[in-house]
Design a protein around this ligand. Structure first.
Ligand code: SPV
Ligand code: MG
Length: 295
């Protein structure tokens, strides 16, 4: 099945599904091997992996380059966190064209203004996109896609920016009518009050995606009851690796020896396996002339 079709079916299926964050080829491969149905190419963690902030400091073509490695390294679909679409409708539709060329299965855009700020920083001060303008962007993206199964998810930031349920619903409904394939309703509360209220009123009219980073203590069974379609574990590979790297770097700096470190890090052989080193060895046997014996 095409990557696009797999992702579309995953989002449209009534079952609760999960995708996980990756930020480069290696982490994308790790997400696939863990058994996930798809990958969240997170703007936050791709920026972080490049050492920059989640404020569109990395250009969109730099993000595309990362995505290309992620896509080549994996066979499951990738949903790009496309921030605001990196500009107006014209930038957003060009993004769709470039994503399809790289076999990316879908993109999520959020109703903020370019350059964006992460939803968990200073969020009350963040102005939202004009609804009509944002709907034009959605339409332009949907009209541009060549593969009918490519999906555009629209992320509603109304709760994040301090607006209430009414504004969240108004926006979600407008985006649905503009042709969005699913709605990501975002909340930064540590409980699920906003998500619950939204789901009750939304009443299953279109697939819903959530990012429970801040309300992490909610049992997954509750999300299922509410009728959520897709959960994104949005930054946990980055957070896990930062923790592991900090511990290892500090220990090596302190101890000036590998003795206590070796057994706590992945083996070199494991890296070879993830890089598919064996495939190259087999290919060399097939395609590369055997070295002539030196007489
Ligand atoms: C991301 O992973 O970049 C997201 C999700 O957009 S969040 O950080 O929760 O805004
Ligand atoms: Mg993001």
């Amino acid at each position: 099945m095409k990557k696009t079709t797999t992702l579309k079916e995953t989002i449209y299926s009534k079952n609760l599904d999960f995708i996980m964050e990756a930020h480069n080829g290696m982490s994308a491969k790790i997400v696939e091997e863990a058994g996930f149905k798809g990958i969240w190419a997170s703007g936050f963690t791709i920026s972080a992996s490049l050492g920059v902030r989640d404020n569109n400091e990395a250009s969109w073509t730099q993000v595309l380059d990362v995505l290309e490695f992620m896509s080549d390294a994996t066979s499951i679909p990738i949903l790009l966190d496309g921030d605001t679409g990196y500009g107006n409708f014209n930038n957003a539709r060009r993004l769709v064209q470039k994503l399809e060329q790289r076999n990316i299965a879908g993109v999520c855009i959020e109703d903020k203004l370019f350059p964006k700020t992460n939803s968990f920083i200073n969020s009350k001060a963040q102005p939202l996109a004009d609804v009509e303008e944002f709907c034009g962007k959605i339409k332009a993206m949907k009209d541009t896609q060549q593969d009918e199964d490519f999906i555009v998810v629209t992320r509603v930031e109304a709760f994040i920016a301090g607006w209430g349920l009414k504004e969240a619903l108004r926006r979600a409904e407008a985006y649905r009518q503009a042709g969005a394939d699913a709605v990501l309703i975002h909340s930064k509360r540590s409980d699920i009050k906003e998500i619950e209220a939204f789901m009750k009123e939304w009443n299953g009219r279109h697939p819903v995606v959530i990012v429970p980073t801040k309300y992490y203590s909610t049992p997954t069974a509750r999300f299922k009851e509410l009728g959520i379609n897709l959960i994104i574990w949005a930054n946990h590979n980055m957070r896990a690796s930062i923790d592991a790297m900090q511990k290892t770097a500090r220990q090596l700096h302190r101890e000036k020896s590998l003795i206590n470190v070796e057994s706590n890090v992945a083996t070199v052989e494991e890296i070879f396996r993830l890089q598919r080193a064996e495939e190259l060895m087999a290919a060399e046997k097939k395609y590369f002339p055997a070295k002539k014996k030196v007489e």
